[in-house]
Design a protein around this ligand. Structure first.
Ligand code: R5P
Length: 312
């Protein structure tokens, strides 16, 4: 039987794109909020014995988690053989330590929650900083889709004489592979974050880049403060207006408008979170990762779960 693709509200396009590439059925289903904001779910396609692929990018996660949980438990309850989560943007990765006494390490708790309800997961470039691997906090098989080649191809097609710039030390893991694939020069800035909306960036070394088109690359654009500071830094050097590439464009509040009015040449993102800046397509790679995890060793190791959360 073909796999069945289901989705949380707002993710129908992702579900449709996955179903087409995986030769899967797109579920007839209804998922919505009751007037009191509880979730209603009905899957009106056969589920018994099937591989169910759940499409759910997890930006703005707090309002998505309960619908996601109810949808997955419904599929499990209706007899799904295996349930996999395809989440192009995996949130709750940045609180990866207890930076101040009393803080919760929420990445762990969310990792545990998701690991309890699905059998495997596919995502795109999760924010791995203090964790080296997803398996440190996710107890299920997972595949990470890398975007270095896609970003390098976009730059190659659209930018003459680029220099890649990472706005902070963590960004080297996204900048360096793109620089390597595309054979582009690169530099990493230093960031000091004083608060959610209070960020400074500085340049460690002298770099000769006056004849180059600056291309800023970061994994997440959330409030936009990191990019804005980096844009300001580049502008202060008297360089060309930079192009900003974010793998995941969350654009909280007016972040996008602020970037546009900061004098950038362009803002470009991957289509992991739907936005008008989406120019780099990850759907083919997501589908290939699903095929790899379902067809590979991981699927053999995956035992179907019981319905319900495992008590901690
Ligand atoms: C930081 O750890 C990330 O790599 C990004 O630099 C950060 O999430 C960007 O956030 P914001 O847009 O709020 O500055």
């Amino acid at each position: 039987m073909k796999p069945l693709v289901v989705s949380i509200p707002g993710e129908v396009e992702l579900a449709r794109q996955l179903a087409r590439r995986l030769d899967a059925d797109l579920a007839n289903m209804e998922i919505r909020s009751f007037p009191d904001q509880e979730t209603y779910v009905r899957i009106d396609s056969p589920v018994e014995g099937r591989l169910v692929v759940v499409a759910a990018s997890l930006d703005r996660p707090n309002s998505k988690f309960l619908p996601l949980f109810c949808l997955i438990e419904t599929a499990r309850d209706l007899g799904a053989d295996q349930i996999g989560l395809v989440t192009p943007y995996l949130s709750y990765m940045r609180q990866d330590d207890r930076f101040r006494p009393g803080e919760g390490i929420t990445s762990r708790y969310v990792g545990s929650l998701i690991s309890d309800i699905v059998d495997w997961m596919v995502t795109v470039e999760p924010h791995l900083h203090r964790y080296e691997k997803l398996s440190e906090i996710y107890a299920i098989p997972s595949r990470i889709v890398g975007v270095a080649e896609s970003i390098a191809a976009w730059i190659d097609d659209n930018v003459e004489h680029p220099i890649l710039i990472g706005p902070d030390e963590e960004s080297d893991q996204w900048v360096d592979p793109v620089a390597e694939v595309g054979n582009f020069p690169s530099v990493i800035l230093e960031k000091i974050r004083h608060g959610d909306y209070d960020v400074n960036v500085e340049q460690a070394d002298d770099v000769e880049w006056s004849d180059r088109q600056p291309v800023l690359i970061d994994d997440i654009i959330s409030t936009g403060r990191t990019m804005l500071e980096a844009v300001e830094h580049v502008t202060e050097q008297g360089l060309a207006d930079p192009i900003c590439i974010g793998i995941h464009g969350l654009f909280v509040e007016d972040a996008y408008e602020q970037l546009q009015s900061a004098g950038v040449a362009d803002v470009v993102t991957c289509n992991t979170v739907a936005h008008s800046t989406n120019a780099i397509d990850v759907y083919d790679d997501l589908a290939a990762a699903v095929e790899s995890i379902v067809g590979g060793e991981a699927s053999v190791a995956v035992a179907p779960k019981e319905s319900g959360l495992t008590p901690q």
